[in-house]
Design a protein around this ligand. Sequence first.
Ligand code: ADP
Ligand code: ASP
Ligand code: MG
Length: 420
Amino acid sequence: MALIVQKYGGTSVADPERMRNVARHVAETRKAGHHLVVVVSAMGKATDNLLQLAHQVSQNPPSREMDMLLTTGERISMSLLCMALHDVGIDAVSFTGSQVGIITDTVHGKAKILEVKGDRVRAAIGEGKVAVVAGFQGISTAKEITTLGRGGSDTTAVALAAALQADSCEIYTDVTGVFTADPRVVPQARKIGVLQFDEMLEMAGAGSKVLALRSVEFARNHDVPIHVRSSFTWEEGTWVVGRHHERMKNMEEPVISGVVQDASEAKITVHSVPDRPGVSAALFEALANANINVDMIVQNTSTAGTTDISFTVPKADVATAEPIVANLAKEIAAGGVNHDNDIAKISLVGAGMKTSPGIAAKMFRVLADNDVNIEMISTSTIRVSVVVRSANMQKAVQALHTAFNLDSGTDYSAPLPERK
Ligand code: ADP
Ligand code: ASP
Ligand code: MG
């Protein structure tokens, strides 16, 4: 008898029929003798709709109230799923993040999990019940309700799996696994059978939203195997495991595991920055103090004692970041500050890159042949990322996918469920 954590994403619980389908699947797993903890996301576009509503009543909604509002989406799902489970004869009980003791820091909107207590979940399992937990939320050390950032239900699921020492964590979504590219962008993408945590970490960090970055960090740090699969076809999906896991045995490290696109960032540029020690430190310290994640950074060569500095941040943080940067620019006597939303980041990820020279060069050549200009570049040992115009994103991803021999030869065959 295993303990399994199953997480169902928004599309999987988008309407009553899909919710009942999920309940039937949970019931089957339970009847096969397994213990179960189920984590649910908000139904369909519920979170987007709540965000929109907030911006209709306020220009700048307080982050505490925003978290109060957004966490209701997952509460609706957890209670409805329990009702559907009762209908198919399964004893189930729902909990909010706070009720199961998901303790976070105090950063509203992107709180980090510090500890998972899990007592009530353990008690429910002990009584033979299925525990249904609202994803994406916790309670801070200051006793406030917090959210874990977009896509955060994945993190709830993996953190619970780690705390409960579950045998595996199944992430049910609307595609059949992790692919060599987003199958919505590249229909010829191939499903990956097994991936190492490190590769998935780079893919998630590069912006592939199939798994939230923090969920993969948890999985790696606590060695929780993740199985990403579809709640529409229920077929075997993609396993994300440690390098020494038995599923990795006899697996070759592919040079390129995938091409990742990310249109969620914007570029901020500070012009005519005085070229002296301490300027970058002051700039990026101010952004770090505001909890803004800076991704890529480029500094132009100095001319006449000044340089331009460009960096990318999540689009959602531009409104907070720009005034901070503008203030600092004034203090250090730099020139103007502007932002550009029309960029996309494209990354190649693969563990075999470490021992395969020439990957970046080939990537740049393919982009040049397709008339795509590169604006920024960054690399890690197993990733190369570039920033291009967003209008070129699709063309660039497809060209790279083909050039690095990732095309499957057939188009994605499972139906791509409509996102309601
Ligand atoms: P959920 O609501 O279930 O959490 P998400 O929208 O967060 O679903 O993540 C699933 C989506 O991730 C897919 O519909 C797909 O478009 C996208 N995606 C991006 N990159 C990939 C990839 N490499 N493999 C599979 N799906 C990907
Ligand atoms: N409902 C939240 C979101 O849309 C969390 C999640 O779905 O994982 O981001
Ligand atoms: Mg998601």
